[in-house]
Design a protein around this ligand. Structure first.
Ligand code: GRF
Length: 197
């Protein structure tokens, strides 16, 4: 039975695109929806161009009422009947109630080697700390921000003269390798963490 994958984005969606491109052939899953909290998210056009149903629920129209925003988002998600929900550059914090709906089947990619640097500005923080390496993590989403069970990590070196931008540019291609690899593993029933170097 083909597994159904929905993806939430907020911006350009480069991770979303990598996931879409991976779900072909013998892959056990197929994308059924790409939804964004911003109607202007560039990833919506990229997903539509790839033939994937899209939806936009502008969180700003709910004036801080997270539950109302999530209820509107869930109308699209429930209709898509996803087996898995992938957050890919999704920049809204989800309530515990929403997370509970997808417990154990919601993934996120975070641009640091968790548990280091949950939250924002991860590359600048790694540089400020003088870290010799950085990277990205795919984890299960739980009610605690960026703190769920780790399903995969990829490492890159920090080089002399690196800025947050140059480090982000080195990590992003690794995200595009790691996330599809981890999604396929969990769709095949394998939750053993994957480490890429
Ligand atoms: C990436 O660094 C990702 O790790 C973070 O958001 C950034 C942009 O992601 N979650 P994308 O290009 O929109 O997938």
């Amino acid at each position: 039975m083909t597994q159904r994958v929905a993806i939430l984005i907020s911006g350009g969606g480069s991770n979303m695109l990598a996931l879409l491109r991976s779900m072909t052939g013998a892959h056990p899953a197929r994308p059924v929806l790409v939804a964004a909290n911003d109607p202007a998210a560039g990833g919506l056009a990229r997903a539509a161009q790839a033939g994937v149903p899209v939806a936009a629920v502008d969180h700003r129209t709910f004036r801080g009422d997270r539950a109302a925003f999530e209820a509107a988002l869930l109308e699209h998600l429930d209709a898509a009947r996803p087996d898995w929900l992938c957050l890919a550059g999704f920049m809204r914090i989800l309530t515990p109630g929403f997370v509970a709906r997808f417990a154990g089947r919601m993934l996120n990619i975070h641009p640091s080697l968790l548990p280091k640097y949950p939250g924002l500005h991860t590359h600048a923080r790694a540089l400020a700390a003088g870290d010799r390496e950085a990277g990205c993590t795919v984890h299960e989403v739980t009610a605690d921000l960026d703190a769920g069970p780790i399903l995969g990590q990829a490492r890159v070196p920090v080089l002399p003269g690196d800025t947050a931008a140059t480090l982000a540019a080195r990590v992003l291609p690794m995200e595009h390798r790691l996330y599809p690899a981890v999604l396929r593993r969990v769709c095949e029933g394998n939750r053993t963490p994957l480490f890429l170097d």
